[in-house]
Design a protein around this ligand. Structure first.
Ligand code: GLC
Length: 733
């Protein structure tokens, strides 16, 4: 529809109709089913609010969507279609690894492919917008939603943010098989005080701009149609009511002209934050801040009319917001085709089709991170291997946000290894959820299935299996429901019953590979003392078991690197590589010196650093060579290494380039990732790997908050992880 027609439509709409466009309910307001993905909000929704709503969330299924859309448009005074939105975070029915795992692949194509598959399946099921990508920078393993992010690094998150939006939207979200992307949660939701979800975020403007905003900007540059406001207060102002953040930063500086949607009940929560007297004031603050859609509360529906009639809110603000919602529908082609791609036949063909399963398996294989290996891996098919642990048969491996997928479709380790033809036996050894306990997941309750009286017998059976095996693969970790939204944890150690299992097995067989399932970094100190190999598989998705088999048996070597530091202990958190020197740098040669920046009881260094990961072969790096040692403004220089596979098998290496601004008008991080390249080399093969360094890469917000590159000396590091000391220096004039 032409823009002029949209304006005419807006002009014809009543005040009630316009306000209706800003309301988003879930399927519980319509026939058909829905999945409530947030706290139950007050149910004061009027019949008119529902009849004139502008969008709906968590309603899926081609038939369902078409039926609701048809009925809605018939009843609507101007027959304006709904927008159907849903949380498709790492897959719709065919589930890819969780985003944190995808970040570990250090290969944005993995994320782009996953988003493309998700868009094809979800759009056939009637979804028109996904509440993804979540690009919140995360540096606190206590926070459950780190699983939804691609990690602790500004550059890595930005690269992935763009790839995900391109995967969902393609070059035109109106096209078949594409869906609108909603980048979230704006802003800085990933830095809640104390790692506790929904908590206040205290950030300096410089840290916000240098570290937390770039990934959202990257998603907007890629064309994301929507932005979702975050639950948190940023420096004590709720995001949905934060005019500076939403109008100054998002719209003025970043130039975002699309639609802003609140997170679930976030407008009403302005009141609960204590930043509004009541829902009416919350509605005023949110609309003034530029929050267009009110997800799942009555603030806009019940109070905007009053506020406008009382002259407390300018109707122009309402018209702006409504026009952005109409423009969203127009960008999706809904005025011409309100059902978009909803198609029952396509649904049957696409969901879980072989091609999508294959893509999910290939993606999963790239996400696994090998943290230790004394040569015990890869396994040989003829070896007798005892797969032991609560994850051997577990199918809850698709990630907390895979709310439209079915765990039963997942390939467990037992199924994957058996299908692969491994000479394997399987014993659970202990429960993932203690007997009689339960964990409330995002949309279902998980209850322990074991019987306490069987605990000892189960353990003994596992120890016996270990004794009779050449090697043991211990499959352990946190439960999927212990990650995701509202899953903050103060204890990130491996559950005691799993450590006991490990210790008992180690008494009879030391050839132990620990395979870790998690949605966050965990404290692996105890595991490290007894494991000969550690493979982090995160939550690997629908094809987890088959991907694991192919990596364990060496068909595909592991190629992942950590997208988030694994702390030595939770006491270090938030811990991340791009930290600051401090005025009393820790002297590793003299850790005993008191007056330096250190802990008295634990090291400063994480157990495993950002960017770290092994493969089944070894690589050597030459020294860093520079095309020149002086970078002219507007110019560029090249930094290169010669990478060689000096091992005996083909493998992958993620060559990482970090840059340190040695002196700035403000303190600068010890180093920052500015480039990475993932290569596969055969044994003996070598390749020159070059990075182009530009002035843009060196920019930061200086003492005056100008985003510039300051003249001076820089150190460039190129190596295998964020600890590399392989370096060279250049100056910027
Ligand atoms: C949730 C989440 C958000 C999600 C929304 C809709 O509370 O914070 O990420 O998109 O509600 O389900």
């Amino acid at each position: 529809m032409e823009q002029q027609k949209l304006l005419e439509l807006l002009g014809e709409m009543s005040l009630d109709e316009k306000i209706g466009q800003l309301f988003q309910g879930n399927g519980s307001f319509y026939e058909g089913d829905s999945i409530a993905t947030g706290p139950a909000s007050e149910q004061g929704f009027s019949e008119q609010t529902i009849r004139e709503a502008g969008s709906v969330l968590s309603v899926v299924g081609a038939g369902n969507v078409k039926q609701i859309q048809k009925a809605h448009m018939e009843k609507h005074p101007h027959h304006i279609p709904l927008v159907f939105m849903a949380d498709i975070i790492n897959g719709y029915r065919t589930v890819f690894p969780i985003p944190l795992a995808q970040g570990a692949a250090f290969n944005p194509q993995v994320a782009k492919t996953g988003a493309q598959v998700a868009a094809k399946e979800a759009s056939a099921a009637g979804v028109q917008v996904t509440f993804s990508p979540m690009v919140d920078l995360v540096r606190d393993a206590r926070w459950g939603r780190v699983m939804e992010s691609t990690g602790e690094d500004v550059y890595l998150n930005s690269v992935y943010a763009g790839a995900l939006v391109e995967g969902y939207q393609g070059d035109d979200p109106k096209k078949p098989g594409k869906i609108g992307a909603c980048v979230k949660h704006f802003a800085a939701y990933g830095a809640p005080t104390a790692g506790r979800d929904y908590n206040n975020v205290e950030l300096s403007e410089r840290t916000l701009r240098d570290d937390y905003l770039p990934a959202y900007e990257a998603a907007l540059r890629a064309g994301a149609l929507l932005v979702m406001t975050s639950f948190n207060t940023l420096n004590r102002i709720p995001s949905s009511a934060n005019k500076w953040l939403m109008r100054q930063v998002l719209r003025e500086e970043m130039g975002f002209k699309g639609t802003v949607i609140s997170d679930w009940a976030a407008i009403e929560e302005i009141m609960y934050h204590g930043a509004a007297m009541d829902r009416k004031e919350a509605a005023r603050l949110a609309l003034e801040a530029g929050t267009d859609i009110d997800m799942m509360t009555t603030c806009y529906a019940n109070y905007l009319k009053e506020l406008i009639e009382e002259g407390k809110v300018d109707e122009k603000l309402l018209d702006e917001a409504v026009l952005r919602v109409l423009e969203l529908k127009n960008k999706l082609g809904l005025f011409e085709n309100p059902f978009k791609d909803a198609d029952e036949e396509a649904e049957k063909e696409l969901l879980l089709c072989a091609d999508h399963r294959e893509k999910a398996k290939e993606a999963a294989k790239e996400t696994f991170v090998l943290l230790e290996n004394n040569g015990i891996l890869p396994l040989k098919k003829e070896e007798k291997v005892a797969f032991i642990g609560p994850y051997t048969e577990e199918k809850a491996i698709i990630g907390a946000w895979s709310i439209f997928a079915r765990e039963e479709d997942a390939v467990s380790i037992e199924e994957g290894v058996t299908a692969y033809g491994g000479n394997a036996i399987f014993e659970k050894g202990c429960e993932l959820i203690s007997e009689g306990a339960s964990i409330q997941g995002m949309n279902r309750l998980y209850t322990g299935t074991g019987m306490a009286e069987n605990r000892e017998k189960k353990l003994l059976k596992a120890v016996k299996a270990a004794k009779e095996a050449d090697k043991v693969v211990l499959c352990i970790g946190e439960h999927m429901a212990q990650t995701g939204e509202a899953a903050s944890r103060g204890d990130i150690t491996i559950p005691e019953n799993q450590i006991t299992l490990l210790e008992k097995i180690a008494e009879v067989n030391q050839n132990i590979v620990v395979m870790l399932f998690s949605g966050r970094p965990l404290d692996l100190r105890k595991v490290k003392t007894l494991a000969k190999a550690i493979l982090v598989v995160w939550m690997p998705g629908t094809e987890g078991g088959s991907a694991i088999a192919e990596v364990l048996y060496g068909e595909t070597p592991p190629s992942g690197k950590l997208p988030m530091s694994f702390p030595y202990a939770v006491g270090q958190v938030p811990v991340f590589y791009s930290e600051f020197h401090t005025g009393r740098r820790m002297d590793p040669a003299h850790p005993e010196n008191r007056f330096q920046s250190r802990y008295m009881d634990i090291p400063n260094e994480p157990l495993y650093p950002f960017g770290y990961g092994l493969s089944y072969t070894e690589f050597s790096y030459s020294v860093v060579t520079l095309s020149k040692t002086e970078l002219i403004r507007g110019g560029e220089l090249k930094a290169s290494v010669l990478l060689k596979n000096v091992g005996k098998s083909r493998g992958s290496e993620v060559v990482q380039m970090y840059i340190r601004d040695d002196v700035g008008s403000v303190a600068r991080p010890v180093r920052e990732l500015k480039g990475f390249q993932k290569l596969w080399l055969n044994a003996g093969e070598e390749k020159e790997v070059s990075f182009t360094i530009t002035e843009d890469m060196l920019k930061f917000h200086d003492i005056n908050m100008n985003n510039i590159a300051e003249a001076g000396k820089f150190t460039v590091f190129i190596g295998s992880d964020s600890r590399t000391q392989n370096q060279a220096e250049f100056v910027l004039k």
